[in-house]
Design a protein around this ligand. Structure first.
Ligand code: NAD
Length: 442
């Protein structure tokens, strides 16, 4: 079996590689020539644990190919997966220009029956637009070639993408075509040996499922952040509340950790796009509007705590920031809460020296030399007025208190992810601010 995957970002590259791993011949396509040249040489443009080895293995076995030539990738392919970016447009809706451009190119070049599958996160009605774009191009060249469309949203998590793809909780497919259904069953069978379901549905339901899933997860986070802020006001401990509610099987333990706000390439843009879709249909998604606004203020919460501690003046102060990526195990900086804190600190006249195990290059692309970059986490703390933790990488979890005490001008920690124990801070004599828990002052 042969397929084509268009777009070799986090989703396309993982999708293509994991299909190749099952023996399917996969051609991954991207318009970014530099990216494709790097991939051909085995250089992976993103940080994703386990991906590099898997890409190399499948390239060597001649099951995984990279090209900028979409036409070439379609030859003999039974399905083409569209996995290009759908960034937010100025009004918050998903920008479909890349998806439609690919659909047009497919229509221009396809020579046999193919299933055109959207894997990008796209609003309801997109599969229809894709179908129309392909058909228009076929009509232009007078070609009478049948094709079907399917919607196959992706639920992988950056940082655990390979595992999520190989062992998905479920596969969602929206299609009206029996042939497309048969093909999807065949393609996904190797990933469903654990008994997890492949759920077939109509196309609009599949398109909405992806947004509803991300919106639900974002809602849990914002809800917990709201509760955390109330905890601080009334003197409760959000960690206790979290454990108390999480052990209720109706609620569960996942996605109820408070912090410095959600970021990344998906939650912020998908919440925005879903609100926009509803607005366009004259329906107001009130819960999601609140989710977004809570998150916007939560991204500023660590900066506000810093300002409060330093009496509103951080001019000339220096801060060590640990963690830049929007979450651990990725170098993705899109909508990262660290960027909000950094820009506010810099604007207020402070200096920042940051360290992240993998995201410093990506940060340099985004904000260049507005901050200093440290050689390691403790280097960042030398002569700093406080340590600010923004991303909960494993290597930050156990502190070397002696080195910190030696390096920092004052023993102060702002913890945006609640990874440290307040009791330990009391014992070690550190001033400690976290989320939804009492501050410890020395
Ligand atoms: N990143 C995630 O964790 C995740 C998870 C689930 C779903 N999604 C969705 O999947 C889609 C892709 O996300 P991503 O994070 O992989 O994006 P990305 O920005 O990392 O990659 C997109 C790739 O598409 C390429 N591209 C753009 N236009 C093209 C064209 N005309 N032809 C060929 N290639 C083209 C770009 O060069 C880029 O390499 C988005 O809709 C996103 O919402 C992302």
């Amino acid at each position: 079996m042969k397929i084509s995957v268009v777009g070799t970002g986090y989703v396309g590259l993982v999708t293509g590689t994991c299909f190749a791993e099952t023996g399917v011949i996969v051609t991954c396509v991207d318009i970014d020539k530099v990216k494709i040249e790097k991939l051909k040489k085995g250089i992976i443009p993103i940080y994703e644990p386990g991906l590099e080895t898997m890409v190399k293995r499948n390239v060597e076995k001649e099951r995984l190919f990279f090209t900028t030539n979409l036409k070439e990738s379609l030859e003999g392919a039974e399905s083409v997966f569209i996995a290009v970016g759908t960034p937010p447009d100025e009004d918050g809706s998903a920008d479909l220009k890349h998806v439609i451009a690919v659909a047009r190119e497919i229509g221009q070049h396809m020579t046999q029956y193919i299933v055109v599958t959207t894997k990008s996160t796209v609003p309801i009605g997109t599969a229809k637009k894709v179908k129309a774009a392909v058909q228009q191009e076929l009509d232009k060249r007078g070609a009478n070639i049948p094709f079907d469309v399917a919607s196959n949203p992706e639920f992988l998590k950056e940082g655990a993408a390979i595992d999520d793809f190989l062992k998905p909780d479920r596969i969602v497919i929206g299609t009206e075509s029996e042939e497309a259904e048969k093909l999807m069953r065949k393609l996904y069978k190797p990933f469903l040996l654990n008994g997890h379901p492949i759920v077939f549905m109509d196309i609009p339901s599949a398109e909405l499922t992806k947004y509803a899933a991300n919106a639900m997860l974002a809602t849990r986070i914002s809800f917990m952040n709201d509760i955390a802020n109330l905890c601080e006001i009334v003197g409760a401990d959000v960690n206790m509340v979290r454990k108390g509610i999480g052990s209720d099987t109706r609620i569960g333990n996942k996605f109820i950790y408070p912090g410095a706000g959600y970021g990344g390439s998906c939650f912020p843009k998908d919440v925005k796009a879903l609100i926009k879709t509803a607005d366009e249909h004259k329906y107001s998604l009130q819960v999601l509007k609140a989710v977004e606004s809570v998150n916007d203020s939560q991204k500023e919460i660590i900066f506000n705590k810093i300002m409060q501690y330093f009496n509103g003046n951080v001019k000339g102060k220096r801060f060590a920031i640990w963690g830049l990526s929007f979450k651990p195990n990725t170098d993705d900086m899109r909508e990262a809460p660290s960027l909000v804190v950094i820009s506010k600190l810099v604007e207020a006249g402070a200096t920042v020296k940051a360290y992240d195990p993998v995201a410093m290059e990506e940060t340099k692309h985004k904000i260049g030399n507005t901050i200093l970059y440290a050689a390691d986490q403790y280097d960042a703390t030398i002569e700093a007025d406080a340590l600010v933790l923004m991303t909960e990488w494993q290597e930050f979890r156990v502190l070397n208190y002696k080195t910190l005490a030696k390096n920092l001008k004052s023993k102060i920690i702002f913890d945006g992810r609640n990874i440290y124990e307040p009791n330990e801070m009391i014992e070690e004599g550190f001033t400690y601010y976290s989320i939804g828990r009492k501050a410890i002052n020395h």
